[in-house]
Design a protein around this ligand. Structure first.
Ligand SMILES: C=C(O[C@@H]1C=C(C(=O)O)C=C[C@H]1O)C(=O)O
Length: 441
């Protein structure tokens, strides 16, 4: 991609904002036009985006510094009249690997893409804020557009959500036999000392009874997984990528970093006793603790050189509707100012979704997986003009294209991993999305 010319970018991003009322996040997401964005994170206001005032894309090993450079030019010269909560931000993410293949279902997903939504709605504690942004327009035109969009959105009425579309067919990318073979091969390499951990994933193509409503699916995921990051990345055309992930990659505010290690998995029990028993087994499991420790250790090592202090909290259990994970909170204070994209670059992929050593694990993933990960297990999130931002790891996710959905799920493999147990764990990790597609209303 050609770099943007300076005369195209200087002081040309104009944002204006106002309060408004809309019945729900779902109604807002239904009303705005593509490309659409949804971002919901614990302790952050939910954001809905529609349209793109500006789009920045990049490819290859320097994709994040390219994005950052172009975005900084645009944001530095911006003419913004908005309270902090409603400031314009870039939303988007990356492909798991450095290059995009363009293979189905990822045809419309480049190696990195971020947009400043033309229409941004922030569901803040004190109400909903609308921000309209344009590039190359005069302030009067942006104000007129703000009035127009606000009038349209203010007139929205609540609509009952549709029930799930239902699942009428399934196709796995990996058979149980092929899986056993791949896991055995990976485990042998780990035992031989070639690598310490690798995360292998599967994809599941699902045919739906009727086209899925993306806003409804995300609304249902919000009810079942309120503690997760929910996201939608929907390009101008083609498929939508969405999910409800329990894994934060990193958030940065000023010099304060919050992250954590999430790895090691078991199911939920049918009774409280069984649930507690499963949690205790997980806490005591040598294999899961080893798998987890590699993630926590690596995150700490990545943050150490950048930080005045890294604090690793106590390992515990993170319970979700369908699974429980080992989780260690990690926070840090930066030594000097950094952009959140630099932290994303340093941390992705953590051994929770890649492996260790990272380059060897990525090699095994590329050789083994018969499908393109696309943006699955990669960072999605936002950043602003100060370089603050928040990113999640896009797991428990799917690409939805009309009546077709492709779900992704992976597992961490170490020396004593068992192929059949890992197979079952993959099936468990499909459930967040699969349940919302299948469940009766
Ligand atoms: C890779 C996934 O999950 C990751 C792998 C985990 C594990 O192996 O125990 C647990 C949480 C995530 O870090 C996924 O859900 O697709």
């Amino acid at each position: 991609m050609e770099p943007l010319r300076t005369d195209e970018v200087a002081t040309s991003l104009v944002s204006r904002s106002a309060r408004l009322s809309v019945p729900s996040v779902r109604a807002a997401l239904t009303a705005v036009s593509r490309p659409r964005t949804l971002w919901t994170a614990p302790d952050e206001p939910t954001v809905v985006g529609g349209g793109a005032a500006v789009t920045v894309e990049a490819d290859g090993p320097d994709r994040l510094s390219c994005v950052r450079e172009r975005a900084t030019e645009l944001l530095d010269g911006a003419d913004v009249d908005a309270p902090d909560v409603a400031r314009p931000r870039f939303f988007g993410g990356l492909a798991f690997h450095e290059e995009a293949t363009g293979r189905d279902p990822w045809a419309d997903f480049p190696a990195a893409r971020f947009v400043v939504p033309e229409v941004q709605l922030v569901f803040a504690d004190d109400g909903v804020w609308l921000t309209v942004t344009d590039v190359g327009a005069d302030a009067g035109a942006v104000e007129a557009r703000l009035d127009e969009v606000r009038a349209d959105l203010d007139a929205l009425s609540a609509v009952d959500p549709d029930g799930p579309p239902g699942v009428v067919g399934r196709h796995r990318t990996t058979s149980l036999d092929a899986w056993r073979e791949s896991v055995d091969a990976a485990v042998s390499r780990i035992r031989a000392g070639d690598l310490r951990k690798v995360v292998l994933a599967q994809a599941l193509d699902v045919e739906l009874g009727r086209p899925a409503s993306v806003p409804d699916l995300l609304a249902r995921l919000g009810e079942t997984y309120p503690e997760c990051h929910r996201f939608l990345v929907e390009p101008a055309t083609g498929a939508s990528f969405l999910g409800a992930t329990p894994e934060r990659l990193v958030s940065l505010r000023g010099r304060d970093i919050e992250t954590g290690a999430l790895a090691g998995t078991t199911g939920r029990g049918d009774t409280d006793d069984e649930d507690a028993w499963l949690a205790n087994e997980l806490l005591a499991s040598e294999k899961d603790n080893h798998e987890h420790e590699l993630v926590a250790e690596t995150i700490r090592e990545q943050l150490d050189p950048l930080s005045a202090e890294v604090r690793v909290g106590e390992r515990g259990i993170r319970k979700l509707a369908t699974v429980q994970h080992l989780w260690t909170p990690i926070d840090a204070t930066l030594e000097r100012d950094e952009h959140v994209l630099s932290l994303v670059d340093a941390l992705h992929p953590t051994p929770a979704v890649g492996g260790l050593p990272p380059a060897d694990a990525l090699g095994v993933i590329r050789e083994t997986e018969p499908f393109d990960r696309g943006w699955y297990a990669a960072p999605v999130g936002w950043f602003d003009a100060d370089g603050d931002g928040s990113f999640a790891v896009a797991i428990r996710s799917a690409v939805v294209d009309d009546s077709l959905a492709t779900l992704f799920a992976g597992v961490g493999l170490v020396a004593d991993s068992d192929p059949d147990a890992e197979w079952d764990e993959v099936q468990l990790k499909y459930r967040p999305i699969l349940d919302e597609l299948e469940r009766e209303a």
